[in-house]
Design a protein around this ligand. Structure first.
Ligand code: HH2
Length: 259
């Protein structure tokens, strides 16, 4: 899953693809590099971000990009938490919703259920504005898994079939470095939820804590984390650097002999 951030303030590439033409060109580049899904987002969820983007502004950024990608040869996901944005994005040709709030906001379950779109349900403790202040868990793996199980059940109860659902432990969303590492070590446990697992480690600050490098210099660390996630069962990797990640995955596939 290649990331297309149509934002002025994303933590690693804010402002680079705010113009629709730049975002569409970037999306095509990611497809050429081998992305199987595009994830288009118009609101940053970086730690400390205030939720200030209105639905109108989010749609003003998103819709021209979705229009430009209507004929894209891969599914287009939209990274949003708002039901009105989900509805408009799906009407404009998106076929997946990536919700960092796991369809908890009022109305969101119904919007997705009314379509045949796929959805990614992600775990987050707190909100982007405050989530990194005091992340705390008794048993992070058990708690994140229990939350995702409850959300998968809620989605199914709303009429969203399992085949349409993926889950994501939400690396970096209300988690310390140690929480993120514990979740990565135990990613296999999430297979028990019975739906594909998505993992997003690309350029994240935990990798900066490990390597001491800024977001722009975290490619090698991102690939290492992506490979570990894949080896531990992740089926979808949300990444900014598609070509390099694909190469690394090709090596893994060759070793595992199941290309
Ligand atoms: N991470 C980010 C945004 N959305 N969605 C899922 N499912 N999983 C993730 O790990 C995830 C996500 C943060 O990355 P990015 O989009 O590059 O940054 P920003 O939120 O600042 O736009």
């Amino acid at each position: 899953m290649g990331v297309v951030n149509v934002t002025p303030d994303s933590f690693s590439d804010g402002g680079r693809f705010l113009e629709p033409a730049a975002a569409i060109a970037h999306a095509h580049k990611l497809i050429e590099e081998g992305a199987h899904i595009l994830d288009v987002g118009a609101e940053s969820s970086r730690p400390g971000a205030a939720a200030v983007v209105s639905a109108d502004e989010e749609l003003r950024r998103l819709l021209p990009v979705l229009r430009g990608l209507r004929d894209a040869p891969v599914p287009v996901s939209v990274d949003t938490i708002k039901p009105e944005v989900m509805r408009a994005a799906l009407a404009e040709g998106a076929s997946m919703i990536n919700d960092i709030n796991a369809l908890c906001a009022p109305g969101t379950l119904a919007v997705v259920a009314a379509t045949d779109a796929a959805v990614c349900l992600m775990h987050m403790q707190g909100t982007p504005g405050t989530m990194q202040q005091y992340p705390g868990y008794g048993d992070v793996v058990a708690e994140v898994k229990a939350f995702l199980l409850e959300r998968v059940r809620a989605a199914r109860d709303a009429g969203i079939a399992s085949e349409r659902i993926a889950v994501d432990p939400g690396f970096g969303f209300g988690k310390t470095l140690e929480h993120n590492l514990e979740l990565l070590r135990h990613l296999r446990d999430f297979d028990a939820l019975g739906v594909p697992v998505l993992a997003g480690w690309s350029r994240k600050s935990s990798l900066g804590k490990i390597t001491g490098r800024p977001a722009a210099d975290r490619l090698a660390a991102s690939i290492a984390a992506a490979l570990i996630a894949a080896q531990n069962g992740a089926r979808i990797l949300r990444v900014h650097d598609v070509a390099a990640t694909r190469d690394a995955l090709s090596v893994l596939a060759a070793v595992e002999k199941k290309r």
